[in-house]
Ligand binder design. Structure first.
Ligand SMILES: N[C@@H](CCC(=O)N[C@@H](CS)C(=O)NCC(=O)O)C(=O)O
Length: 203
């Protein structure tokens, strides 16, 4: 299988962590690509018309995206390890969706600073994106610590990758402030081999 990826994409990292946790990393050949919404660069647009990564091309040649579908596919391929049976499954999927929503907002903030010309930037929009992240952090601290501290699942992997991305791109926002339980959980989760070996280059 071919995985289109980049060492800095947190969505791709979710897939890499799942591959490591389920013992499938050797089954994948990684192609490193790069691009932005204004310049797809080397993004696999013929595999994913949305021009986004990760994208996975299994041996049958039919591309799979986005990261949530890829993770579900690969977990199924491994016999189902990181998505539990219902009813816990609905909690796992909601946690994963929360992480992905945090990441979408955090990445839009990066693109705003990097891609949009300075004179066209709109600070309230940027702060609106951070407000989404901030509310999600509060919800994780107040409602999700029991789940996070339970058996590993894809929701935890996604949140681990999202928190690491906040450190990587938005360190000055100091997400740990006011979220001691979440910070403590993350310190432990970040020690997993799958997390350590997929850290973004300058993190
Ligand atoms: N919902 C997608 C989001 C993927 C995504 O936004 N990836 C970024 C890299 S971290 C990307 O490809 N950006 C290029 C673009 O938006 O054109 C997923 O879960 O895979």
């Amino acid at each position: 299988m071919r995985l289109y990826h980049s060492p800095t994409t947190p969505f791709g990292r979710k897939v890499m962590v799942l591959l490591l946790e389920t013992g499938q990393i050797a089954d994948v050949e990684v192609s490193s690509v790069a691009g932005t919404p204004t310049d797809p660069g080397t993004m696999p647009v013929s595999e994913n018309p949305l021009g986004k990564i990760p994208a996975l091309v299994p041996d049958d040649g039919q591309a799979i995206y986005d990261s949530r579908v890829i993770c579900r596919y690969l977990d199924d391929r491994a016999g189902g390890r990181l998505y539990p049976a219902a009813p816990r499954l609905w909690r796992t999927l909601t946690l994963e969706a929360t992480a992905d929503g945090m990441l979408e907002a955090a990445i839009l903030m990066v693109y705003e600073a990097r891609v949009r010309p300075e004179e066209r930037r709109y600070d309230p929009w940027v702060e609106g994106q951070w407000a989404k992240v901030s509310r999600a952090l509060d919800a994780l601290e107040s409602r999700w610590l029991d789940h996070l501290n339970g058996p590993i699942d894809m929701g935890q992997v996604a949140i681990g990758c999202a928190l690491s991305y906040l450190d990587f791109r938005h360190g000055a926002r100091n997400w740990r402030a006011g979220h001691p339980g979440l910070a403590a959980w993350y310190e432990g989760f970040a020690q997993r081999d799958s997390m350590k070996s997929t850290e973004p280059p300058s993190a």
